[in-house]
Design a protein around this ligand. Structure first.
Ligand code: ATP
Length: 331
């Protein structure tokens, strides 16, 4: 393959720019041309495609967000939209695509693969919700950002002997909540995977908070993923109210971290993953070995068929769950 296109798609993730940087560098190493697609699949359908060179990637390796832009694209769900995307791509002489995104972006890639487009996927989503890979680009940075916020909230909670309810991102996947809840020293962590099996019992949350008070803690902290009680818009407020109804003596504050978790300078780890996985993706495209995704397993880069990757169910990390229990951080 002599010419490839690169798309950043779905929710933005810190490290997507490092993917772009590495794609241009790795392609040049193999004398391949690289085209950037603006705003995800929408740009492919709207024919917003530009050739990229070194000037376009200078200084972006450490920048958050994605220089190409990203979008949620409804037209990509239609056959007409997909056919238009393919037509535009070939009109530019693009022979294959590198798609960086999450599971939705991978499903779009699968549809394009069915239309004959050679594609390699790179996992980039702060949610870390792709089961076939240990790590997605953006997750580490999002966790670092959330932990930084949690530490700051803890300072003030301790000073005032307060309890905090902190909501972090994660609609279906509790990886951010579990990780930052644990390393942030939370008393209780609520994740959607556990809630799907059995709705959480507020009395257990309250019992853990009051036990820890009896053990001498002045402050307290409950970390919840946004996917818990997702049907309620103000779910963190609601959880706070439920706790205070049962522990009226508590001075409780609610914090929803929100989009701050998406931004910021990508961590060294996310950048390293971006470079490692993107280089492999460009190599695969160059050899025409497509319909595949790259990932990280046991700290090494791997690749596998896209269909097989999408079939792997994402589950919570068992050993982390056991560790949380052993440290008295109820889940
Ligand atoms: P994140 O989880 O970080 O938000 P994502 O890639 O899962 O990333 P989505 O919004 O789910 O984000 O998907 C990105 C885009 O992929 C969608 O806007 C849509 O254009 C396309 N897409 C999603 N699902 C499909 C599908 N089943 N068929 C075709 N295209 C799809």
């Amino acid at each position: 393959m002599k010419s490839i296109g690169i798309i950043t798609s779905g929710g933005d993730a810190p490290g997507m720019n490092a993917v772009l940087w590495a794609a241009v560098k790795a392609a040049r190493f193999r004398n391949m041309k690289v085209y950037g697609v603006i705003n995800g699949y929408q740009g492919l359908i709207d024919n917003q495609i530009i050739e990229l060179n070194d000037r376009d990637i200078e200084g972006i390796i450490d920048r958050g967000g994605t220089r190409l832009g990203t979008a949620r694209c409804a037209a990509m769900l239609t056959r007409e939209g997909q056919e238009q995307a393919v037509q535009n791509m070939y009109a530019h002489g693009i022979e294959g695509l590198l798609v960086a995104g999450g599971d939705g972006s991978y499903r779009g890639a699968r549809d394009l693969t069915a239309l004959g487009v050679p594609i390699v996927g790179v996992p980039a989503t702060i949610d870390n919700d792709l089961g076939y890979t240990d790590n997605c680009i953006g997750f580490d940075t999002a966790c670092n950002t959330a932990v930084d916020c949690i530490s700051k909230i803890r300072d003030t909670m301790m000073s005032h002997s307060r309890v905090a309810v902190i909501e972090v991102m994660g609609r279906h996947c509790g990886d951010i909540a579990l990780t930052v809840g644990m390393v942030g020293g939370a008393d209780y962590i609520l994740v959607p995977e556990v809630e799907y099996e059995k709705p959480f019992d507020i009395d257990n949350v309250v019992q853990r908070l009051s036990q820890n008070r009896q053990f001498g803690n002045k402050s307290g902290m409950v970390v919840m993923a946004e996917g818990v009680m997702y049907e309620h818009k103000n779910r963190a407020e609601l959880l706070g109210q439920m706790i205070v109804e049962r522990m009226p003596q508590l001075d409780l504050k609610v914090n929803v971290l929100g989009h701050v978790q998406r931004g910021g300078t990508p961590s060294a780890r996310d950048r390293r993953y971006a470079l490692q996985m993107t280089e492999r993706a460009v190599q695969l495209l160059h050899h025409g070995d497509t319909g595949r995704v790259v990932g990280i397993k046991d700290s090494a880069v791997m690749d596998m068929p896209l269909d097989d990757a999408l079939a792997v169910k994402k589950v919570l990390n068992e050993s982390l769950l056991r560790l949380a229990h052993a440290l008295g951080q109820a889940i």
